[in-house]
Design a protein around this ligand. Structure first.
Ligand code: ACO
Length: 427
């Protein structure tokens, strides 16, 4: 008898070999293969998890064919245009949009926990100033596991929620400090008169010798980036966080493993790679050559910011970021940005090309976010760090969810072994 979770419905029909079929609330059904090995001595083989539901989750839903993304049932377009980041963070972490007292309570908690411990600040001096911000963040966030000894009983709801809030509250300061340290500017503290997004901007760009005035257009743009990147169901970094958490590991260590995974150029590192690619292209005349290279099987080059494991349609986040990028460029008097012109032309050419049409490759969230962040003054090495700040909400939401799923147990995939069969030493 296998364990069932409360929200899964078992279908009346089974597979021809008698395996149960499970139903979620929307999306494809799933074959429950948990008894397969015991009953038929068979494993399922799915490297890269292309057809595998690794867990039950009620946080985010993606319909890749339709290009639809829902957080707790709400379309991303509605959340991104009508909500603030704290509301969306509350929704993801606790399941519902907050009423006004809940929202102010949530923001008070963020403000209570957003300072970095003085000893955490001292870690920065152990890093080289030219270190990649993501390398620094992996180290600093992992090191938070060594703090908060009084609230590390993660079987208790109270300690779970405290850790989750601490991570969300501190991540902007951790990311901003990894930048200010790299340029030799004093690390800035959060200002509790500012909202989450504005605070991040002042910690990134404020100087000790002059007041920092938050530009509301830029603050809204960074808030939009945070909302759009906050969660994306079982992506590589979130799956990593969940897998680490399944062993009962410390939440700060789990999130550090998510940051490490996000860093890769096939995942969150793509936004940095897109900008490098657009700068290398230089002008729209070189686009045909770049598209030719992307299609060449013998060339490892890929069009960065294009394609997605789940979306076989336009990534809805890319469309929202493209619009925000246009607004910010206009606001900053940069309407004629050559990077934007190159990106728009590259998108146009690729979307008319048979290779991209047949393989259903569309711009993903990273395609325009680099141009937007660059226009706002972020150096490209910080792009993935900004993504990590946003995704922390998703990571802790999944961590909290997993903590509530008592029947999940430790994640322990099997393998299709292809090494030597039994042999013995001949000496
Ligand atoms: N440029 C050119 N060809 C591509 C691209 C691309 N960007 N993406 C996929 N393809 C091709 C592959 O070569 C493959 O061709 P084949 O069937 O002839 O072998 C086919 O499309 C399917 O590609 P896969 O690698 O199997 O797709 P997968 O789902 O594993 O990869 C990924 C998705 C990693 C996002 C891929 O599209 C990619 O590398 N894109 C560029 C990097 C990027 O933008 N990453 C950000 C993803 S979004 C995020 O993490 C926030």
């Amino acid at each position: 008898m296998t364990k069932q979770y409360a929200n899964i419905v078992v279908s009346d029909t089974q597979t021809p070999n008698g395996l149960p079929i499970l139903k979620g609330s929307i999306g494809p059904d799933a074959v429950d293969v948990r008894t397969l090995l015991g009953r038929q001595n068979l494993l399922t083989y799915d490297p890269g998890f292309r057809s595998t539901a690794s867990c039950e989750s009620a946080i985010t839903y993606i319909d890749g064919e339709a290009g639809q993304l829902l957080y707790r049932g709400y379309p991303i377009e509605e959340l991104a245009t009508r909500c603030g980041f704290s509301e969306v963070a509350h929704l993801l972490m606790y399941g519902e949009l907050p009423a006004s007292e809940q929202l102010s309570g949530f923001q008070c908690k963020i403000n209570e926990y957003n300072l970095l411990h003085d000893q955490v600040l001292s870690f920065y001096h152990g890093f080289r100033r030219d270190a990649h911000p993501m390398a620094v963040m992996v180290g600093v966030v992992g090191a938070l596991s060594a703090f908060y000894q009084d609230s590390q009983d993660y079987s208790r709801d109270e300690d779970q929620h405290k850790a989750a809030i601490r991570l969300v509250a501190k991540m902007p300061a951790i990311a901003a400090a990894s930048y200010t340290y790299s340029i030799g500017r004093p690390i800035r503290h959060p200002d509790n008169n500012l909202d989450y997004a504005s605070n991040f901007l002042q910690m990134m760009f404020g100087k000790p010798n002059e007041p920092y005035h938050v530009d509301p257009v830029l603050a809204r743009a960074i808030e939009m980036i945070f909302i759009l990147h906050a969660d994306h169901e079982q992506n590589a970094s979130t799956s990593t966080v969940r897998m680490a958490a399944s062993s009962g590991a410390n939440p700060f260590a789990c999130v550090a493993s998510g940051i490490a995974t996000l860093w890769g150029p096939a995942h969150g590192g793509a936004n940095e790679a897109v900008l490098t690619m657009l700068e290398d292209i230089g002008s729209p005349d070189r686009i045909p050559e770049i598209v030719r290279r992307a299609k060449d099987k013998n060339d490892p080059f890929r069009l960065m910011g294009f394609g997605h494991r789940v979306y076989r349609n336009y990534d809805p986040r890319a469309a929202l970021i493209r619009d925000t990028t246009r607004q910010v460029l206009a606001h900053l008097g940069m309407e004629n940005s050559p990077l934007m012109a190159t990106a728009l032309e590259l998108e146009r050419v690729a979307l008319e090309d048979d290779y991209f049409i047949e393989k259903k490759l569309y711009p993903n969230v990273d395609f325009y976010s680099g141009i937007l962040l660059r226009a706002m003054g972020f150096p490209s090495r910080m792009f993935t760090a900004v993504f990590a700040v946003a995704r922390t909400v998703g990571w802790v939401s999944h961590w909290l969810e997993l903590k509530q799923q008592a029947g999940h147990g430790i994640d322990r995939p099997r393998q299709l072994y292809t090494g030597p069969t039994l042999r013995h030493l001949d000496k």
